[in-house]
Design a protein around this ligand. Structure first.
Ligand code: RNT
Ligand code: ZN
Length: 419
C-alpha cells in the first residue's frame, strides 16, 4: 500500500473515531509504550541450547515438523531480528534458562549471569527488555514430574539452587537493561493418577519456594511471578501448583501472579480474572496463549477472548499487567507464528485503547444496556485496520499483508537452507 493511501485512510478513520469522542493519536502514543514480551521458545519448539539436551517435557508439548527451526543461538537471533523488524512498538524478549550461551554443559544449579551476557548485549542493541524463566523441565532430575515438590530432598535441593541462580540472572538482566526483568516460575509438578498426599506435595512446594524467594531483590531489577496450571499430559490427576495454591502464595508473599490462557477449565477465561486478582495483587503477568480443546498453545488470534484480555489490560491500567506470549506451533513457519501472534496482541490492545470507554461505562451504570450493546457492536465496524496500518507505517515496519512476503523471502533465503 502506498504511504499516501495509508495516511489518507488514517485521517478518515481518525474522524470516525473522533465522532465517538476517541482520540486516535493519543491511542497510538499509548500503544507504542506497551511492551509485549515475545517468547523465545516459539523459535525452536522449546528445545533450548543446552549442550547435548533439548525438547519440552513435563506435560507440555510442541507438535509439528515444519522445516527451518532455529538450531542454535545464532539462528534463533537471526530469526528474532527478522521478527522484530516486522513488529511495531515496544519489545521484550522472554528467555528460558535452557537458552544459555555456553559451549560446555553447565548444570542448571550452576548457571550464572555470564551465560546470558550475550543475550543482554543483544537486547541492548535491539533496545528491548528481557524477561526470564527458570527451566524445571526437560531434565533427568525432572523425570518423575516432581521438582520443587519432590519427596526426594536431593532433587528438591537441586531445583531450589536452580531457582536461586535464575533470580540472580534475572536481576542482572534488569539491572543492565534498566528495566525490571519479570522472572516467571512454572514447574511441571503433578501426578498422573490418584494422589494421596496432595497436602504433603504442596507443603514441600511452599517450603522450596520460600527458600528460592528468600533473598530480597530490588523490584527495579527483577520481579517474581508464579504460574499455576490445571493439568498437563501425563500429570492429569493432580497439579501441585494449582490456581488456588499460587493465588494464595502470590498474595501472601507479594509476588506477581501469572495467568496463562490455557491453564483453566475450558469455559473459564483469564480476561475475567484480571480485575478480580488486581484487587489483591499489585501486578500480574499474562501468558497469552490459545488453547484448542486443551492447553495446546496455538498461535494467538485476533479473536473475542484476545480482545477481551486487551480490554481488561487497558481498563485496569497497563502498568500493572505485564504481557507475555506463550504458544509454540511447530507446524508453521516459526517466525511467522511470532509475527502473527505478536501483531494480534497489539491490534487487540489498539482496539481496546480506541474504545469509547467513558460512554460505555456511563451506559452500563445507568442501566441502558441495549444502547451499550448497540454501541459495542457498531464499534466493531470502525476502521481499526486503518489505524493499525498507520501505526506500522510510522514505526517503519511492513503495513498489513506486506510482512507475509518478507517472511516468504526470509524462509527461502535463510530458513529453508537449514538441515
Ligand atoms: C506450561 C507453562 C509454561 C511454559 C513455558 C515454556 O504449561 O505454560 O509457561 O509454556 O515456560
Ligand atoms: Zn505459560
Amino acid at each position: 500500500m502506498k504511504a499516501k493511501t495509508v495516511e489518507q485512510r488514517y485521517l478518515l478513520a481518525k474522524e470516525q473515531y473522533a465522532e465517538l469522542g476517541v482520540d486516535t493519536d493519543a491511542a497510538l502514543k499509548a500503544l507504542a509504550k506497551i511492551p509485549i514480551s515475545m517468547h523465545c521458545w516459539q523459535g525452536d519448539d522449546v528445545g533450548g541450547f543446552e549442550p547435548g539436551a533439548g525438547g519440552a517435557s513435563g506435560g507440555i508439548l510442541s507438535t509439528g515438523n515444519y522445516p527451518g527451526r532455529a538450531r542454535n543461538i545464532k539462528e534463533l537471533r537471526s530469526d528474532l531480528d527478522k521478527a522484530f523488524s516486522l513488529i511495531p512498538g515496544a519489545k521484550r524478549l522472554n528467555l528460558h534458562a535452557i537458552y544459555l550461551d555456553s559451549r560446555k554443559a553447565v548444570a542448571r544449579n550452576k548457571i550464572t549471569p555470564a551465560h546470558f551476557q550475550s543475550w543482554i548485549d543483544w537486547a541492548k542493541e535491539q533496545k528491548a527488555g528481557l524477561d526470564f524463566n527458570p527451566t524445571y523441565f526437560a531434565h533427568p532430575k525432572a523425570s518423575t514430574n516432581l521438582t520443587l515438590s519432590s519427596p526426594d530432598a536431593g532433587i528438591r535441593e537441586y531445583w531450589i539452587e536452580h531457582g536461586i541462580a535464575c533470580r540472580k540472572i534475572a536481576a542482572e538482566m534488569g539491572k543492565q537493561l534498566k528495566s525490571p526483568c519479570i522472572m516467571n516460575t512454572w514447574i511441571p509438578d503433578g501426578f498422573k493418577d490418584i494422589t494421596v498426599d496432595r497436602a504433603g506435595a504442596r507443603a514441600r512446594l511452599e517450603e522450596s519456594l520460600d527458600r528460592i524467594f528468600a533473598e530480597k531483590i530490588p523490584a527495579k531489577h527483577m520481579r517474581d511471578a508464579v504460574e499455576s496450571k490445571l493439568f498437563g499430559i501425563g500429570v492429569e490427576s493432580c497439579t501441585v501448583g494449582s490456581n488456588e495454591f499460587y493465588m494464595g502464595y502470590a498474595m501472601k508473599n507479594k509476588l506477581l501472579l501469572c495467568l496463562d490462557s490455557g491453564h483453566f477449565h475450558p469455559t473459564e477465561v483469564i480476561s475475567d480474572k484480571i480485575s478480580a486478582v488486581l484487587r489483591f495483587i499489585d501486578e500480574i503477568l499474562l501468558h497469552v496463549s490459545r488453547p484448542v480443546r486443551w492447553d495446546s498453545d496455538h498461535v494467538v488470534l485476533f479473536d473475542d477472548e484476545l480482545r477481551a484480555i486487551a480490554q481488561e489490560i487497558v481498563r485496569n491500567g497497563p502498568d500493572r499487567v505485564h504481557i507475555g506470549l506463550d504458544y509454540f506451533d511447530a507446524t508453521i513457519n516459526r517466525l511467522e507464528a511470532w509475527v502473527i501472534g505478536t501483531r494480534n496482541m497489539q491490534k487487540a490492545l489498539l482496539n481496546a485503547l480506541l474504545e469509547p470507554a467513558e460512554e460505555l461505562i456511563d451506559l452500563e451504570r445507568s442501566f441502558r444496556n441495549g444502547r451499550k450493546l448497540a454501541l459495542l457492536e457498531e464499534f466493531k465496524m470502525l476502521p481499526l485496520g486503518a489505524v493499525y496500518d498507520y501505526f506500522c507505517l510510522t514505526q517503519n515496519v511492513p503495513v498489513a499483508t506486506e510482512y507475509i512476503r518478507e517472511v516468504e523471502a526470509y524462509e527461502k533465503k535463510v530458513q529453508s537452507k537449514r538441515g
